[in-house]
Design a protein around this ligand. Structure first.
Ligand code: MN
Length: 271
């Protein structure tokens, strides 16, 4: 009897918590659905409070020869960790300290000026890198190959082809190559679920409002590539194009397809 009451209370509490998440402002359902998929994949973008460094889902050397172990180690253990430490520092004692990372990014426009840049750069950096690790996998063990199913069809429809000259791979590589300085190249689902290739500067994220992500660059990330020099310089030196070519060997298309399916489902249901 008392067990049953406890269970009922627990269910009631769970319902309240779920309602609170759904009521979060500026969280469109497509984005919310994608964040749920990220969570299932082991990336807790809903995490509130102090952010912690998520472990790499593979060994430092697992992406060799395409991305070398030393680059992975420095990139994850030092660069990503620094974004997290600086994000926690910027958030401490503010009203944002207990918010989830996606909500913090959604509220940037209202963030006080003395915190805005630090939060934009470092919460952005944390979220972007958390996604990046999960969107790669060792070649032949979840990494490489080509997209399949509905994502392959959508890529063909949006970009003409996946790998033919002038198709998706070429268009993505061009955007990634042309990003001046530091930033990211993304495949996103934009308005109505339409696939687009976009680039963001520095640690800006498609999860931010367009004002911050850049014109046309807000949406739900499906694939992302870090083109900061720290992501490739040890092995590829100044040859960013070679790093971009190598990236295709480690893309986790299964995960990208899951994100695409989730996003499309949300758009079919309606916003
Ligand atoms: Mn990076």
């Amino acid at each position: 009897m008392s067990n049953q009451i406890t269970r009922r209370q627990a269910i009631a509490l769970t319902t309240v918590a779920a309602g609170a998440v759904l009521a979060a402002p500026r969280l469109a359902s497509a984005r919310s659905r994608a964040i749920g998929l990220w969570r299932e994949a082991g990336l807790d973008l809903q995490q509130a409070g102090e952010f912690t460094l998520p472990p790499l889902p593979y060994a430092n050397n697992a992406l060799e020869p395409h991305i070398d172990a030393e680059t992975m180690e420095i990139h994850h253990d030092r660069h990503h960790k620094a974004y997290i430490d600086n994000a926690n520092k910027a958030l401490a004692g503010t009203q944002y300290a207990d918010m989830t990372s996606d909500r913090i990014l959604g509220l940037l426009d209202e963030t006080p000026d003395d915190k805005k840049t630090a939060i934009r750069n470092n919460v952005g950096g944390h979220v972007n890198h958390s996604m990046f690790w999960l969107l790669m996998a060792p070649t032949g063990k979840g990494g490489g190959g080509e997209p399949t199913g509905a994502l392959a069809d959508a890529i063909k429809q949006a970009f003409g082809s996946y790998g033919d000259k002038g198709g998706f791979k070429d268009q993505f590589a061009e955007v990634a190559t042309k990003r001046f300085g530091s930033g990211w190249a993304w495949l996103i689902a934009g308005d109505g679920g339409k696939l687009k290739i976009v680039s963001t500067a520095n640690q800006d994220s498609p999860l931010m409002a367009e004002k911050f992500a850049g014109p046309g660059a807000a949406g739900t990330p499906i694939l992302g590539l870090d083109v900061w020099e720290h992501a490739y310089y040890l092995k590829y030196r100044n040859k960013r194009a070679d790093y971009i070519t190598a990236f295709w060997n480690v893309v986790n298309w299964t995960r990208a397809a899951q994100l695409h399916t989730g996003t499309m489902g949300a758009h079919e249901i309606g916003k």
